[in-house]
Write a protein of this length. Sequence first.
Length: 158
Amino acid sequence: MGYQSDSVSKETKSIENTQEILEVKPEHLGPSLLHSPVRNRYSVINANLVVGKDIRLRARDAKQLEIAGWQVSLPAPLVTDQSDYYGLCQTEKGNTFNYAIDADGRLFLYGTFVDSEDHVILNVNPYLAELPLRYVDFGIRGGELILPPDEPRPRDEF
């Protein structure tokens, strides 16, 4: 028995898969990065399966090409008792970035862009999100960005 994408319930009503395309909103993007208005999308399948689609990010400041810390807010994961969600992604010019998604959906990104035109292609591994979808906005108080003290860091352990 395999995966059935369109199943029928006991009442013989067809259950169909759904996909919603969402964008990274301005309040969900950290101040160190920029994204293209048409390259900032991810999918939510069947209301809570988050799948990276086309999120491309580049440094806001050409003099600050190294990125570290909380950069993006995505929907909070459903399973939070195991560990943070870790992964790798690459820039268009070949540099590797590490990412970690914590229990609140805060994506911490670590890496260095080759130059000011380079951008990271953020294709996160699919994960199940809480319902309803929950986000943590970047907090700005008095014109100053307030970052949380508990940033997860990807480790070189296996």
